[in-house]
Design a protein around this ligand. Structure first.
Ligand code: ATP
Ligand code: MG
Length: 419
């Protein structure tokens, strides 16, 4: 058997895992500031959920979903995105009635069978926010402001917010015909898949990875109905109030079916061709169309892998131990083991401690101590064992080693760590 991970799936070794954890911690702090609560949703759902919400003409559902028939003969899929699961949970648990404020966030891995390349994996992490049950532009502006705040807190710089409005079903009805005529007139210039789906979902062609950008430039633009136009201009006004710089780009359409009114992306040129860090927008009809109450909503999802790529400083706080305990013999080993426990349980505040194997040579244990990144080695040799003492040796900073009674070691060490 050859031992390797699947293409597009990767290990996050401790340094990367630390970085991801620090991004998650920054996100959690930001969410708390804005009144968002965590929701943990399943990784696998009925396939139908994604087909009906994300949409059967989207890349995600058409080409990228890991779907299979489970042992019970059910058609299921591994989640490619979080919004459908959140909406299902909202409906199933009657959160519109029982929930606090309709504001939820999730942190989790998503799965899409797309071609792996820089910044594009088959398993990747998203942090997402959904505000369900609020139609007002304040919700749009608040959620975008929170997103920018999160990116700043994480330390992602050089991003720009791009904004557009896709209008409501009414605005789109007329537009659909105009756009369809435009697309039909140049059908032979479209790529194969787009040609196949222009009749089913003409807007999708404008989001095509191949020809979308050029098409969107020349395509007729959507005219918003007065209510949608007002919603959009108020959203922009509110973004100005909260100091969020943004640009309006009428070509931004986003790839999912459920968006209405405000859509947005955060991009960074530093990412190259995979330039989107975050995508989001309003989905006023989704909850109702999935069988729930009329609950207009707005949300976004940011890619943690891409945020990590954008960080200037990729060194998250290391969790190396404060103390590394070393012993010279089997008997000293038992004493050292007891000391390690006493350090971790110190009533004056736990001291993180580690050891390698008390049965190895002193030299080998000292090598492990150096490698551990600990600030101090605590050594119990033969002399120390007899005298009931321990030698404390600084590993990182210059300084003399000294010997103290074992019972005093935790408090002395605590003092040293504070200095
Ligand atoms: P793209 O245009 O790059 O395919 P998308 O529109 O499919 O992005 P969304 O579904 O909006 O992306 O997901 C939101 C964010 O999740 C993206 O902006 C990106 O940061 C991240 N993301 C999406 N797909 C991947 C992937 N395959 N690998 C890593 N991150 C991803
Ligand atoms: Mg994609």
């Amino acid at each position: 058997m050859s031992v390797h991970s699947l293409r597009g799936f990767r290990d996050l070794l401790p340094a990367d895992a630390r970085l991801f954890a620090s991004i998650e911690a920054a996100a959690r702090e930001t969410f708390a500031l804005y009144g968002y609560q965590e929701l943990r949703i399943p990784t696998i759902e009925l396939k139908e959920l994604f087909v009906k919400s994300t949409g059967d003409t989207t890349d995600i559902v058409e080409k990228e979903m890991y779907a299979f028939t489970d042992g019970g003969g059910r058609e299921v899929a591994v989640r490619p995105e979080g919004t459908p699961g959140v909406v299902r949970a909202y409906i199933e648990n009657n959160l519109g009635q029982t929930g606090r404020n309709g504001k939820y966030f999730y942190i989790g891995n998503m799965f899409r069978a797309e071609r792996p390349q820089a910044g594009r994996f088959r398993e990747f992490e998203q942090i997402g926010a959904e505000h369900i049950g609020n139609a007002s532009p304040h919700a749009d502006a608040e959620t975008i402001t929170m997103l920018v705040r999160l990116l700043e807190k994480v330390g992602v710089s050089g991003c720009s917010v791009v904004l557009n409005s896709l209008g409501c079903g009414e605005c789109r009805k007329t537009y659909r015909e105009v756009l369809l005529a435009f697309l039909r007139s140049r059908a032979e210039k479209l790529c194969e898949p787009c040609r196949g789906r222009i009749e089913r979902n003409p807007l999708r062609a404008l989001d095509c990875k191949l020809d979308g950008p050029a098409l969107a430039e020349t395509a007729p633009k959507l005219t918003l109905c007065p209510a949608c136009a007002e919603h959009f201009s108020r959203t922009q006004e509110l973004l100005k109030i909260s100091g969020v710089k943004h640009e309006v780009n009428p070509s931004l359409v986003r790839g999912l079916d459920y968006y209405t009114r405000t859509v947005f992306e955060v991009r960074s040129s530093a990412l190259g061709s995979q330039d989107a860090v975050c995508g989001g927008g309003r989905y006023d009809d989704l909850v109702k169309s999935m069988g729930g109450p009329a609950a207009p909503a707005v949300g976004w999802a940011v890619g943690v892998d891409r945020m990590a790529m954008l960080l200037q400083d990729k060194t998250a706080a290391d969790n190396s131990p404060e103390a590394f305990v070393v012993a010279a013999s089997k008997d000293a080993g038992n004493k050292a083991f007891e000391l390690t426990t006493a350090l971790r349980n110190f009533p004056g505040g736990p001291i993180s401690a580690d050891f390698s194997s008390f049965e190895l040579s002193l030299k080998s244990q000292m090598r492990s101590a150096d490698k551990s990144g600990a600030s101090f080695a605590l050594i119990i040799g033969e002399d120390e064992l007899k005298a009931g003492t321990v030698t404390i040796k600084p590993l990182k900073e210059k300084g003399d080693q000294f010997t103290v009674p074992v019972a005093d070691a935790p408090s002395r060490l605590k003092q040293l760590l504070k200095d």
